[in-house]
Design a protein around this ligand. Sequence first.
Ligand code: 13P
Length: 280
Amino acid sequence: MLVTLQKVLSMAEEGGYCIPAFNVYNMETAMGVIAAAEEAKAPIIMQVYPRLFAEKAGYYLAPVVVAAARQASVPVCFHLDHGPGELEVTRALRFGATGIMLDGSTLPFEENIALTGQVVKTCSYLGIGVEGELGHIGTVNDEGMDEFTCPEDAARFVKETGVSCLAVLVGNAHGRYKKPPKLDIERIAALREATGGLPLVLHGGSGIPDEEIRQAVAAGIRKMNVATDVCYAFLDRVHEELHDPKRSVAVDNFMKQPIEAVKQFCLTRIELVGAKGKAI
Ligand code: 13P
C-alpha cells in the first residue's frame, strides 16, 4: 500500500527500528525492491533522484513506482531524494510522491531554514512530510567532510522548519567508500536528544559496516538510504548474465536474474536495520 513518509517513520519510531530507503532507477530495480519488502514483510521507502523526474524517464518511472507501491501488501512510501528546490518538489508531488526531501545543505544556514520551512508548509497542505538535511553529505571523493552536524544547529533547524526527519553528517558519504567509514555514534545520540527524539536519516548506506549500522539505529537512525549498492547488485548480475552462453535474449527473461539480485541484496539490508516482519 502507498503510504506517507510520516506513516513509515512513525512505525519505525514505535518499534525502535529503521526503514530502509532504496533508490530505484527503472522498473526492474523497483521490482526487486518490492519483491524483497513483500517477502520480508517490511515497510520500506522507494526513492528517486530528481534528475530522473527532469528527464522523459520520469513519465514512465513515476507511474511504475506508484503502481508498485499501491499493489504491494506492505507499506511503501514513494519519496523524492535530494530535491534541490521548489520546482523539483512540485514536479515530484505531481508525479505522486508521498514523501519529500528538500536538500538545502549547501545553502547558508538561514537560507536552508527558510527554503526547507517553505517546502514543509507547502507539503503540509497535502499531508506530506519533509526530510531536511543539515551538514552537507557529499560524496566519497569530497575533502573536508569532517564538519559533522552540530546538535544546537539541528535543534534550531528542526524547531523552525517543522521537518519530519533530518539527514545528518556523522562520518557518512555517498558512493563506494575507499575504506570502511567510522560513524560518530555519540553524535547521532546527541543529535537525537537535541532534536527531541526526531527520526534521523543516514545517507550513504552502501558499504557501511553492519555493526556500525546496528549502533546507528540504536542511537536514533530511523531511515537509511541505499543507492550505490542497489546499482551494483543489479549491474554485477547483468554482467554475469551477459557472459552466460545460455542466457535469454528476450529482455524480460534476461532481467529476471538482475531483479532477483536486487531482491536478495535488499533482503540483507531490511534484516540488518530491523525492519523484517514489521509490516504484519
Ligand atoms: P549510497 O549511494 O552511498 O548508498 O547513498 C545513497 C543515498 O544516500 C541517497 O540519498
